[in-house]
Design a protein around this ligand. Structure first.
Ligand SMILES: [Zn+2]
Ligand SMILES: [Zn+2]
Length: 161
């Protein structure tokens, strides 16, 4: 996510508020995790996240990081991207919605569609086919604008040579 400092501060303030509503706190570990996810250009894999947190010589257990991520998912600040086995901050944070996530497998970019009707409709169709939505996530794979452009270019090249 490309956020300027003011937006990052705002995000953290909202995160703090959400934690308080849950009767808990934005602990230092939780804060560090959120900051890394916010500053990352795209979804971050759990082990990369854990590695980046360890740099400072802190004792950080993977299970504590996973627990924090689970908590953020629950309160709607973070989404899990199963196709990439990674985590991304919600770009409509705090609204506690069920996103449809578009995933580009080439560059691992993701984007969210916040349309509860679309999400519900997909789940209703799944139910009608007796398909059980395992973890509540809906992900669609497709090339992002940048990768689609690159692909068209290389296709054009292949044709002319
Ligand atoms: Zn979201
Ligand atoms: Zn892409």
């Amino acid at each position: 996510m490309n956020l300027n400092k003011r937006q990052v501060d705002k995000f953290m303030a909202e995160a703090e508020k959400l934690c308080q509503l849950e009767g808990t706190q934005l602990t230092e570990l939780r804060r560090m995790i959120l900051e890394r996810l916010i500053k990352a250009p795209g979804p971050v894999k759990a082990y990369d996240l854990i590695d980046s947190l360890r740099v400072k010589g802190r004792r950080i257990t993977p299970s504590s990081v996973y627990r924090s991520l689970e908590f953020f998912i629950q309160i709607g600040l973070v989404h899990r991207v199963n196709a990439l086995n990674a985590f991304v901050v919600c770009n409509d944070h705090g609204s506690h919605h069920n996103p449809v996530i578009l995933v580009c497998p080439d560059c691992q970019a993701t984007t969210e569609i916040n349309d509860e009707g679309l999400y519900t409709s997909i789940f209703n169709h799944m139910g009608a086919q007796a398909f059980f939505g395992k973890d509540g996530s809906v992900e669609i794979r497709g090339l992002c604008k940048k990768c689609a452009k690159a692909e068209t270019k290389s296709n054009a090249k292949a044709k002319t040579s």
